[in-house]
Write a protein that binds this ligand. Structure first.
Ligand code: GUN
Length: 300
């Protein structure tokens, strides 16, 4: 049996705290300013995981007291029809934030769809303007999952100054923005990826290890520096370890980190599920409030 040393970072507890603040702020904006933050979520196709995420975004925005609309479009939706819908939402005064769930079906051009959302309503922080503002250190809407990771790190470790951070994965949605956020928090940041030479050694340098590669249990226990804080962004569906359950087609969620091995080495670790995931929706709602306030001229 591996001895457990790691403390578990319970994302649900941190997300609940943020959601409480979100609800209070929505109520205050409604009563004091007559402003109800509004979120539009667009889903194209019937990918089961995306359907689950979109349902949760709709339910939680309503529970927070926001105006919330969800558009579910068929998988064969044409680019021009999707762009028309995004264009309509973009000029709708009741909608302050627009999120088009990714990935889109292969025939659709994701970059063109993201570009059709004005930066002020881009609560996903994916537009060229928001990504550029983040790099430039200017106020921006920042992608939800990376922001959630940073909140978990700050609430767990406090000041991050001088820490060695390794980010594994270079996606637009997670790897690139979390690296920028860690840099802005005065970490020394290494970005590793599929072409990195001797990835285990690079990972072993990390006081903070962020795994965002989308490969189940890729990061092994002996890749982790003893006492490191491990943030596992991966959500991978795999067959059960038990052969009988696997043969019956049963699946479960695992992260990019080999959790059982990591428990014996890391100082802190996020579980998957129940770590980073719950933070993503909470930050989306927070971003929608920020977007609503900016559009109402309330914050710089
Ligand atoms: N798919 C998985 N995560 C995300 C996210 O944060 N935003 C969008 N738009 N799509 C996603």
């Amino acid at each position: 049996m591996t001895e457990t040393t790691a403390r578990i970072i319970d994302g649900r507890v941190h997300a609940e705290r943020l959601l409480t603040r979100v609800k209070t702020e929505v109520a205050r904006l409604k009563t004091e300013r007559g402003l109800q933050p509004g979120l539009a979520v667009v889903l194209v196709g019937d990918d089961p995981a995306s359907q689950g995420y979109v349902k949760s975004k709709g339910e939680q925005s309503l529970a927070a007291g926001m105006h919330s609309v969800t558009h579910r479009l068929p998988a064969d939706t044409r680019q021009e029809d999707l762009l028309r819908l995004v264009g309509e939402l973009d000029v709708d005064p009741l909608i302050h934030g627009i999120l088009v769930q990714l990935p889109l079906p292969k025939h659709l051009d994701e970059s063109a769809v993201i570009a059709a959302i004005s930066p002020d309503k881009d609560v996903d922080g994916l537009s060229v303007i928001n990504a550029g503002r983040l790099v430039a250190g200017l106020p921006s809407l920042v992608a939800c999952t990376p922001t959630g990771c940073l909140i978990l790190l700050r609430e767990t470790l406090g000041d991050l100054t001088g820490k060695r951070a390794v980010v594994v994965g270079r996606s637009l949605l997670v790897g690139k923005p979390i690296a920028q956020l860690l840099l802005a928090a005065d970490c020394t940041v290494t970005m590793a990826h599929s072409r990195t030479v001797d990835l285990p050694s690079v990972c072993r340098e990390a006081d903070i290890l962020v795994a965002a590669v989308g490969r189940p249990r890729m990061i092994r226990g002996d890749w982790i520096k003893p006492g490191a804080c491990v943030i596992d962004v991966g959500i991978n569906r795999v067959p059960f370890d038990n052969p009988e359950q696997a043969a019956a087609g049963k699946t479960k969620i695992v992260g990019d980190v080999h959790y059982k091995e990591a428990l014996g080495v890391a100082g802190w670790i996020t579980p998957a599920p129940g770590g980073v995931g719950p933070m993503t929706v909470a930050v989306l709602l927070q971003n929608t409030i920020t977007a609503a306030k900016r559009q109402a001229g309330m914050v710089a």
